[in-house]
Design a protein around this ligand. Sequence first.
Ligand SMILES: [Zn+2]
Length: 340
Amino acid sequence: MPETQMLVYGLNTESADLVHISSCKSGLSELVCPQCRTQLIARMGSQNTWHFAHYNPERQLTENSRSCSYSKESELHLAGKHLFNRLVQDTGLLRLPEFTLTYKQIANSPALSTLTKNQKNFVLAKAGTNPEPSTGVSFPEVSHQIDHCELEPTEGMEGYRPDVQLSYRGQPVAYIEVVVSNDVSTKKMRHFHHQRIPVLRYIPAGKLLMTDEDMLGKAVKQRVDLEWVYHPIESSLPDSVFGEMEQFLAQREETRKQVLKNTEQGSTFSDTHLLQPDPVTWYEANLREGFRKKLEGHYQSSTGASMSNEMKAKAAHLYFNNKNYNGGITYLELARMLKF
Ligand SMILES: [Zn+2]
């Protein structure tokens, strides 16, 4: 008999439950193959590992259904889905693991479009320069009540069915994708993004198909480890996410005010000597051409004159003093400091 047809779970068509071989009696059962619906026979001898086989009434033997494509892979996928039925029945709780929203995710999120320019620059700089892509804003693990599990729901899914939908009091709590060989497709992912419901990945372990014990119940009693596929926070960033950002921007603003104040008081720039011998040369060499053109164009349009060397030297000092702030300064900010 091909190993692919040595099933561990049979389907009870009345309850739609998967029934484990260890809770059956040897011989012809009421259960069917989840794939081809052929009646199953439980083989529970001492020679071979316990298993179900397709029943062939004509031969009273089990080596039939060569056309059934049910495989260990399909059985593991099915067992993985049914595990969530058991989770609802046995615990009524879904553990959503800790989630870290990285700056890369924020930068790629549609939520970025709702940010101010300063916030956007902050995020992009963080996402681009952060050596630890895992750092970001963390949300702790939470447990959510669940009272209903639906496998491959169709309602409201517009053709994209998650493997499992878990809900509580009629409201969807999470979608679970049971991943055995193929990960969640990007097309499916994009669809989930519109729904703004948590999507998690469950990778069932091969031990779910052990034959001597009902491993679904055991797995539920231990812990069901899930991985985040999509957290709705990726699409709608709450203010709390921006705590660090606001703090940073406030600090930067404070420092700039200080620089501006020093400039107004006519004090010398602390790093002046670094701009020697000639601040104008430094200005030409260190400010990007596009930046200079915008700055000088702005000067031209506000004053009607070309920028003097004195102004360029001032710009060089201010630019130098501010260039290490996150993302540097914009030409408009520099113009504001130079009062034009
Ligand atoms: Zn079958």
